[in-house]
Ligand binder design. Structure first.
Ligand SMILES: C[S@@+](CC[C@H](N)C(=O)[O-])C[C@H]1O[C@@H](n2cnc3c(N)ncnc32)[C@H](O)[C@@H]1O
Length: 200
């Protein structure tokens, strides 16, 4: 029986092998982030829940000035080892340690699924974005918790699926405008991710 862990404990254990699943993580986006990563060139960008830097490093390589925020020191330690110029900041995406109007763009992939509610996170994205700035968020749909194994045994990391409609409504309540909504499907019927581009 796999034990369910909260994110900090779960990612402390998962950090060492997280990067081995890169292709699996990419499959939730299916390259739909590429135009927005290109758009980030020359911009001040936050990657919220950046983990080991899968997206942060792509943003950096595209010419953005990137800050990576995550609550897992172990995940950020992996990012730092990659010797990129991404600034790593330890902190909570529901209480971001940044001033209002700090960033031109906020990216967040595969992190919102670990939050019980999306409202506080979206509010923080809105607050730290400059007027006219964009948030690009990936809301993934896990049908079953991913069972992970290490030398201490089997475990899962707590996840909360968020209905796409609820995320859109929460964003609109904050006065974000929905620039784009992309739904990614598996076997053409089941949604596996919702990619939202939100404009402040
Ligand atoms: C599945 S990983 C995604 C990492 C990276 N964004 C990617 O796409 O590969 C989820 C990350 O969200 C982080 N996370 C979860 N809840 C968080 C919170 N409240 N504040 C900051 N980071 C959080 C975890 O520590 C973990 O690194």
């Amino acid at each position: 029986m796999a034990k369910e862990l909260k994110s900090p404990e779960g990612y402390a254990r998962y950090a060492a092998s997280y990067d081995q699943g890169e292709k699996y993580w990419d499959s939730f986006e299916q390259r739909n982030l590429n135009p927005y990563i290109a758009e980030a060139k020359g911009k001040k960008v936050l990657d919220a829940g950046a983990g080991t830097g899968r997206i942060a490093i792509r943003l950096q390589d595209a010419g953005a000035q990137v800050t990576a925020l995550d609550l897992s020191p172990e995940m950020l330690a992996r990012l730092k080892r990659k010797k990129h110029a991404v600034e790593a900041v330890l902190g909570d995406i529901e209480a971001m340690p940044f001033d209002d109007d700090s960033f031109d763009m906020v990216f967040s992939s595969l992190a919102m699924v670990h939050l019980k509610h999306v409202d506080r996170f979206l509010e923080e994205c809105y607050r730290v974005l400059k007027d006219g700035g964009k948030a690009v968020v990936v809301n993934v749909h896990y049908r079953k918790p991913k069972i992970l194994t290490d030398k201490s045994g089997k475990y899962t990391i707590a996840c909360y699926n968020h209905f796409p409609r609820h995320v859109v409504e929460a964003a609109e309540k904050l006065a974000f405008s929905i620039e784009k909504e992309i739904m990614v499907y598996e076997e053409s019927t089941i949604w596996i991710s919702q990619i939202l581009v939100l404009k402040k």
